[in-house]
Design a protein around this ligand. Structure first.
Ligand SMILES: *[C@@H]1O[C@H](CO)[C@@H](O)[C@H](O)[C@H]1NC(C)=O
Ligand SMILES: *[C@@H]1O[C@H](CO)[C@@H](O)[C@H](O)[C@H]1NC(C)=O
Ligand SMILES: *[C@@H]1O[C@H](CO)[C@@H](O)[C@H](O)[C@H]1NC(C)=O
Ligand SMILES: *[C@@H]1O[C@H](CO)[C@@H](O)[C@H](O)[C@H]1NC(C)=O
Ligand SMILES: *[C@@H]1O[C@H](CO)[C@@H](O)[C@H](O)[C@H]1NC(C)=O
Ligand SMILES: *[C@@H]1O[C@H](CO)[C@@H](O)[C@H](O)[C@H]1NC(C)=O
Length: 691
């Protein structure tokens, strides 16, 4: 009966949504009750934080208010905001100017779909003079501010001159506790500031976790398991947390230039936290552990250099010593020990290991652990129910519905819906971005995928949205082909839309709320919100000089610095170049914050990797080069020969089976022309938007 009544209310509201009410946004808002009038956001607005609660939480309500203030300026060009004010809350309070008031109300009690309490819900009360955002905790208020920003962005994108919020009251809260994305930062290096930007972006869509898979190796059976070969010593393996100088575990990090110092990591973690996102770090053992065995080969399982031998006496103490070093870095209340894809024949070793790590980490820090679902058949032992299981695979994994029934808490990362791989996947197994058809159609007869949906074909494997043990969902982007398969920005291109659609489904579900978005509503809102997402510039958008021209530099240049650090595709960069014939052709034609173009072989460099075009510029005359880039590829037209475009490629080693050619997308290296020893002439440089 209660549900019937709630649905009735929501149905009434959904009429208002999108017409004279709120614009459909991502994720959808659970309910909005309109009243008369609206709150006009005039150029002068005051953000006020309830002084009683300003310092509550970490980040505090005040911290969130300051970020909100920056974001509001970022989205609404016309506002001039005074510094955030502190003031006690008095009902009906205004400051003579339109006021956005942020406060807590500890009597508010928001529920997830399974009835458990959450601090992530919020209420917004909009009247003519004030707009009050409140929640039971600062994090809920933070999500409320995302709702306001999205409404503002959508109105401006619609051509409104001034933002105005329809009067009424919004009540909203997430259906699930865990709404995350996982990034494989083990096989591919990402610097910490890029990860911070990903958090800021994902936060706009109310994602609350970034799961960082921070140690791993490329997988190539010929290198790893070849008879009597030492290939495993040279296969790329990485551990991203850099121990302090002189640490006894120093040797664990083979690529120091591809690891985060404590300072870099904690700054990034704080950026994420300030945007409502918890960083859940993963150090993967006892499988996927080549990096540990390259350091201490005595820990290796015979014949499996990427597996640890758990019964060797030094193995578990070594793993504990690694966690001892890094646990103090992590602010999350949970960490992942990976624990996927280990020998089924060593089930008892595996189970006692994960249980021991669970007790160890819990007794040292109070943190609990997660593992990837892994089928380890034992007749005598079972994984502790303190451990959350992240399901990803049928049927090798335990069946999630059975785990839930046995009392395990489960996170849904089922690969049929939620896996991506950088650039390409083996046999086209995974899509470039989350498959919109699958996400919106979901299970047979359903209204789409949601965290309670585990199978696209067999509904008996799904559970209900209110399952008490279902914690939520994390979608995953793997980097099976390593560093040179993609640039960091290409990974963002794969994540951008995926984050948004996942944000909707993991917040609102598919068939619980009448107000959940339709696919058409999502498709209409997404491009506008992607473009408006504040606090970062992953799209590398720049303001043109005029028309669509970003740089226009006629004449000849030796070294010239611009004020444009980098430009995202699509763009066209054209120039003429004549390298000096008396000195070797080295040096840079162009460089920027995301990429460089070396004169030798017209080689692009990004994320430390080199991609040669294989074209050698003649030294006795000018060659004209036109570089065209989209998010899918970059090619050059040399001397106007449009019939023969030359693409920049990468070559990916697909698990030692075959080599796959892939296109590369590079941001324009627009910060400097020439440099790094380049001798010769570059002239008539022009950079325009559009490929
Ligand atoms: C693991 O280590 C133990 C103890 O050193 C040894 O007896 C055993 O053979 C090793 N097992 C494998 C599979 O390497
Ligand atoms: C679904 O559940 C059945 C029975 O529990 C299981 O055998 C099957 O592998 C599951 N897989 C999928 C993809 O639905
Ligand atoms: C240019 O590329 C060719 C083949 O791709 C290579 O042999 C040569 O060493 C490269 N030259 C430079 C200067 O990088
Ligand atoms: C780190 O150093 C190695 C070895 O010099 C190099 O190959 C790699 O490109 C560097 N990585 C980055 C991100 O610069
Ligand atoms: C990329 O790395 C793989 C090894 O993972 C190597 O086989 C391939 O040649 C590299 N491709 C380029 C373009 O350097
Ligand atoms: C690169 O992109 C072009 C243009 O879309 C396409 O024709 C070509 O097949 C792509 N090459 C690879 C290796 O994917």
């Amino acid at each position: 009966m209660f549900l019937g009544a709630a649905l009735l209310v929501l149905t009434t509201c959904s009429v208002a949504l999108g017409s004279d009410g709120l614009k459909p946004q991502i994720p959808s808002v659970a309910s909005f009750k309109p009243s008369r009038g609206s709150f006009e956001l005039s150029p002068v607005v005051q953000i006020v934080v309830d002084s009683k609660y300003a310092s509550h939480g970490s980040p505090s309500l005040f911290d969130f208010a300051e970020t909100f203030s920056d974001d509001l300026k970022d989205i609404i060009g016309y506002v001039s905001l005074a510094p955030v004010l502190l003031s006690p809350f008095v009902p009906g309070i205004t400051f003579g100017i339109p006021t956005i008031y942020l406060t807590l109300d500890t009597s508010l009690n928001y529920k997830l779909f399974n009835g458990k309490t959450t601090d992530e819900g919020y209420d917004i009360e909009v009247s003519q003079d004030s707009l009050i955002v409140k929640s039971s905790a600062p994090l809920g208020v933070w999500w409320g501010t995302r709702t306001l920003l999205q409404q503002a962005a959508l109105q401006l994108a619609d051509g409104e001159k001034r933002v105005s919020f329809p009067a009424g009251s919004i009540t909203d809260s997430p259906g699930w506790e865990v709404r995350g994305f996982m990034l494989d930062a083990g096989r591919h290096w990402f610097d910490a500031s890029f990860l911070g930007d990903l958090c800021i972006y994902a936060s706009f869509f109310k994602i609350n976790e970034m799961h960082l898979h921070a140690s791993d190796n490329l997988w190539n059976p010929a290198f790893l398991y070849g008879e009597g070969n030492e290939g495993w010593k040279h296969l790329y393996a990485a551990f991203r947390f850099q121990p302090p100088p002189g640490s006894p575990i120093d040797g664990l990090v083979p690529h120091k230039n591809e690891s985060w110092t404590k300072q870099q990591f904690t700054t990034m973690q704080e950026t994420c936290a300030k945007h409502g996102i918890t960083v859940v770090p993963e150090i993967d053992t006892p499988g996927h552990s080549l990096v540990i065995n390259q350091w201490k080969p005595e820990l290796m399982e015979n014949g499996a250099p990427d597996h640890l031998n758990l019964s060797y006496p030094e193995t578990i103490p070594t793993i504990k010593s690694i966690w001892d070093e890094f646990l103090p870095w992590f602010s999350a209340s949970e960490v992942s020990i990976g624990a996927d894809e280990y020998d089924a024949s060593l089930a008892n070793d595996y189970i006692s290991f994960v249980n021991e790590m669970s007790s160890y980490i819990s007794s040292k820090t109070g943190k609990s652990i997660r593992i990837w679902g892994t089928n380890e058949p034992s007749k005598t032992m079972s994984v502790s129910k303190d451990i959350t299981i992240q399901h990803w695979d049928f049927p090798g994994d335990d069946i999630p519905i059975q785990l839930l029934q046995k009392g395990y808490r489960v996170i849904n990362s089922e690969q049929a819906f939620l896996y991506l791989d950088g650039k390409t996947s083996e046999g086209g197994q995974f899509p470039q971005e989350l498959d919109q058809d699958l996400i919106w159609a979901g299970a047979p007869g359903g209204k789409g995928w949601a965290p309670n949906i585990f199978s696209p074909s067999d509904p008996s494997n799904n559970t209900s949205p209110d399952d008490p043990n279902l914690r939520g969902s994390i979608f995953a982007l793997w980097n099976d082909w390593g560093n040179n398969a993609t640039t960091a920005l290409e990974i963002y291109y794969q994540l951008a839309r995926s984050v948004a659609v996942f944000g909707e489904k993991a917040w609102a579900g598919s068939d619980v709320r009448q107000t959940a978005l339709t696919r058409a509503q999502f498709d209409a809102a997404y491009p506008l919100l992607n473009a408006a997402a504040p606090g970062q510039n992953l799209n590398r958008v720049v303001k043109p000089l005029y028309g669509n021209v970003v740089l226009d530099l006629p004449g000849t240049h030796s070294v010239l610095t611009t004020h444009v650090p980098s430009v995202g595709p699509p763009y066209t960069l054209s120039f003429s170049v004549m390298p000096d014939d008396k000195t070797p052709s080295t040096g840079l034609l162009f460089s920027g914050t995301d990429s460089k173009l070396h004169v030798a072989n017209l080689t692009f460099e990004a994320t430390g990797q080199l991609y040669a075009l294989g074209y050698v510029l003649p030294t006795h005359r000018f060659t004209t080069v036109e570089i065209h880039a989209t998010r899918e590829y970059t090619y050059a037209v040399i001397d106007g020969d449009e019939a023969h475009p030359r693409y920049w490629h990468t070559l990916m080693d697909i698990w030692g089976d075959y080599m796959a050619l892939g296109n590369m997308s590079f941001a324009a290296p627009s910060a400097q022309i020439g440099g790094d020893g380049f001798r010769g002439k570059i002239k008539d440089v022009k950079l325009t938007l559009g490929a």
